[in-house]
Ligand binder design. Structure first.
Ligand code: SDX
Length: 426
């Protein structure tokens, strides 16, 4: 929607630019003609003030702690929906009716197996290879095993092929890293139950499915399903803007998510809590360390580029910790430590002044630990959850009438014209 215009005065000359107003009232200055009309570009490291697209998929209000997928609050989806239904919502723009949901479940089941030749890739990774590196490589390899050359067909078949297989491939990397038998997907299990079974089933001691854990896994993946233009999602859109296949674009998203400042934070939180416990550090010591720039230490799982209040996903995740641990009759000292850290941080002026609150990663690792997911698989769990969001965003980018190949500008700060000096004269 276009409405008023803004005026910018540059070197005494006035330039006007249109204002774009989003459906929730967010406003942007449309600077598409800025360089052509003024010769200037903008400078915005980390793009914190820059919109790269118009999107109808996810709405976040960082000040109010609001998160909605296609307009539906994430709290309602976590309570009433399933991950497969939420994936359908994100990708298709509306909740499925019974027939559409059944058809999606059937197609996900049909494409849940992985080409047997892919096992040779897994067998040749070093045993201690990080599952995120394996996943990024194997998703990219899917194009070679499932070549589709029709973009229409790619958007339907590849989408479901990816959503179904990412589960199988993730469980495979875990099983093969331990030298265990690969467990195949079962047609009689739901999406989440199948993943837990492929991870933990054992012919000698069959995995006992626990419906509360299946529900917890649905909620975990619903909470991770999309988050508008974060680091990895924008990576998927940028790579997709070159019109490469979807597998390659998603592989780039997995690589971006791996970083400890992004999706790798859930693993980093548990490592941080474990170190605090092992080193016998007090809560006060940790809080002071996080405030001291010289210590190069951050309270992992705290802070967010957009949320300047409690991340709505962290609230649900925190409740899930108590539910899952209670159901399993387990206690986790790291949960008690996390709650004490949160309480101390939220009453400390440094954190209050900088609007630093728990984000989705602060409690998510506790839930994964309770489910028995190994630490090095935590970010893989995030990637499986985020996949429908990446796909929806990639698709929207491909269909964007304003869409073109991503090619930002820069401000050059290097040497002026310099002549080549032959080797003998240097
Ligand atoms: C995810 O973007 C998304 O939507 C991401 C995500 C998604 O769903 O896709 O929500 C998932 O990535 C969540 C974030 C997970 N990362 C972490 O938990 C790592 C720890 N957090 C930070 O490194 C940091 O808060 C970020 C990376 C999350 C946000 O960084 P910003 O917005 O660039 O903020 P910043 O680094 O400029 O920090 C602002 C100030 C700085 O102090 P000053 O220089 O102003 O004095 O806050 C301080 C920072 O030093 N600060 C922290 C802190 N986070 C920010 N100080 C201590 N501990 C922290 N965790």
């Amino acid at each position: 929607m276009m409405s008023e215009r803004v005026k910018i005065i540059i070197e005494g000359k006035t330039f006007e630019f249109p204002v774009i107003v989003g459906s929730e009232g967010e406003k942007a200055i449309d600077i598409a003609q800025l360089r052509k009309t003024t010769g200037y570009i903008t400078h915005d490291p980390g793009f914190g003030n820059t919109g790269c697209c118009r999107s109808a998929i996810t709405f976040m209000d960082g000040e109010k702690g609001v998160l909605r997928y296609r307009g539906i609050p994430v709290e309602q989806l976590a309570e009433h929906s399933t991950f497969v239904e939420t994936a359908y919502l994100l990708i298709n723009g509306h909740l499925p009716n019974r027939e559409q949901l059944t058809q999606m479940r059937v197609l996900l089941n049909d494409s849940s197996m992985v080409h047997e030749d892919m096992k040779f890739f897994y067998q040749n990774f070093p045993r201690n290879a990080h599952p995120m590196g394996i996943l990024s490589a194997m998703v990219n390899a899917l194009k070679s095993f499932y070549p589709i050359y029709d973009i229409e067909e790619e958007q339907t078949y590849t989408t479901l092929n990816l959503i179904s297989k990412i589960r199988t491939m993730s469980a495979m990397s875990y099983r093969m890293s331990r030298g265990h038998l690969v467990i195949y997907p079962r047609p009689d299990y739901s999406y989440c139950a199948n993943f837990l079974n492929m991870m933990f089933d054992n012919p000698v001691n069959p995995y006992k499915m626990d419906e509360d854990l299946v529900k917890a896994l649905n909620v975990f993946w619903i909470l991770h399903a999309d988050h508008e233009q974060n680091c990895s999602t924008t990576a998927v859109r940028v790579v997709g803007s070159g019109k490469v296949n979807l597998y390659a674009a998603i592989s780039a998203g997995i690589a971006a998510l791996w970083g400890p400042l992004h999706g790798g934070a859930n693993q980093a939180v548990i490592e941080m809590l474990t170190n605090i416990q092992k080193n016998g550090q007090s809560i006060r010591q940790v809080i002071e360390m996080a405030k001291d720039k010289k210590k190069n230490f951050r309270l992992m799982g705290f802070g967010h580029r957009v949320y300047k209040t409690y991340d709505p996903r962290a609230k649900i995740m925190k409740k899930m910790c108590d539910m899952v641990l209670g159901k399993l009759k387990k206690k986790d000292p790291l949960l008690d430590l996390a709650k004490e850290l949160e309480e101390a941080a939220l009453t400390d002026t440094y954190f209050i002044d900088k609007h630093l609150y728990p984000n989705v990663d602060f409690y998510s690792g506790i839930v994964l630990r309770a489910m028995g997911i190994p630490l090095n698989m935590f970010t893989v769990m995030f990637a499986i959850g985020r996949l429908p969001g990446w796909i929806a965003q990639w698709q929207e980018g491909m269909e964007d009438p304003e869409g073109k190949i991503a090619r930002p500008r820069q401000i050059y700060t290097g040497a002026g014209l310099t002549n080549y000096i032959p080797l003998g004269e240097r």
